[in-house]
Design a protein around this ligand. Structure first.
Ligand SMILES: [Zn+2]
Length: 302
């Protein structure tokens, strides 16, 4: 038995054929071409799915989408990085056109579920996960199920306030976790300290060569990540915490410092019992999570 996991983001659509043991048997990445409008994106998704049905006889599709949504019905609520979609009933659209069951999940939730299934969070009863990138995505997996909250917006960890008078966030508040611990924050901070604008990878290179401004920028970023993550951990009592996303590619210049700031802020009862891990599945974590949901939908038999 095989399913298709799809991860539809603002720049790329990732597709993976996955079996119930979590083996990635085939994969494909295409450009989303979101600027060409909704129909264009939908056609790419449909052709990826139809190719998978023909070539691999998949039994179901799990779809992770970079959008606030009603995961049960597959309704998207104005995805900021897929601007042509607005309020869109992707569930009905797909069910009318695709011959196998299609299930939906927010991409950050799917990412954390993927890490729980086959990545750094395996075996966790309560897994708290965040992704550090342009923004901060979050997810909470409890006993193998994604926690959605009462309105489907559960685990939007990027908008807890970490610095009350900090920089303005896209949501309108100040000092949100994602306003002080994202790649944008890192790039702006480094520019203030050095007068140069570099990508996060460029700043990481400099930090590895002991460039003072780069080291300082990563230190402050790591401190903010540690503070936000420790607050969430103290509130939610997970057994494993997974940190992933593009910024983690910076390596030890970031990860060691996150550990250093995170553990001392935990409640004494948690300090020795919570495991902080960095994501293992890389770019395909959300594909695994989406595939897991698809496998559950059709019963998971081989
Ligand atoms: Zn915010």
């Amino acid at each position: 038995m095989r399913v298709l996991g799809l991860d539809v983001g603002g720049t790329r659509i990732k597709a993976g054929i996955v079996d119930p043991d979590g083996r990635l048997l085939d994969s494909e990445i295409v450009d989303t071409r979101a600027s060409e409008g909704r129909d264009r994106v939908l056609k790419s998704m449909e052709s990826l799915i139809n190719r998978a049905i023909e070539k691999h006889r998949i039994r179901a599709v799990g779809m992770a989408v970079a959008s606030p949504m009603d995961p049960e019905r597959g309704i998207l609520y104005y995805p900021p990085n897929l601007p042509g979609f607005g309020l869109f009933d992707l569930g009905s659209y797909m069910r009318e056109r695709i011959s196998v069951p299609v299930v939906f999940e927010n991409d950050a939730n799917a990412y954390v579920l993927g890490e729980w299934w086959k990545g750094a969070g395996t075996g966790a009863r309560v897994l708290l996960g965040i992704t550090l990138g342009t923004g901060i995505g979050g997810g909470l997996v409890v006993d193998g199920r994604v926690w959605h909250g009462a309105h489907g917006l559960g685990a939007e960890f990027g908008h807890i306030v970490v610095l009350p008078d900090g920089p303005e966030c896209n949501c309108g508040n100040r000092g949100c976790f994602e306003a002080v611990a994202s790649s944008r924050f890192l790039m702006e901070l480094y520019e203030r300290l050095s007068g140069e604008r570099l990508t996060p990878a460029g700043i990481a290179e400099r930090a590895k060569r002991d460039d003072a401004a780069a080291v300082q920028a990563f230190s402050l970023l790591a401190k903010n990540v540690g503070v936000g993550l420790a607050s969430l951990t103290n509130a939610l009592d997970p057994d494993v915490v997974v940190v992933g996303g593009g910024l983690v590619n910076a390596g030890v210049v970031l990860t060691k410092k996150i550990e250093m700031h995170f553990y001392p802020l935990l409640l004494p009862g948690l300090r020795d019992r919570v495991r902080l891990e960095f994501a293992k599945l890389g770019d395909f974590a959300a594909v695994y999570g989406a595939a897991y949901l698809a496998i559950k939908t059709v019963g998971g038999d081989r």
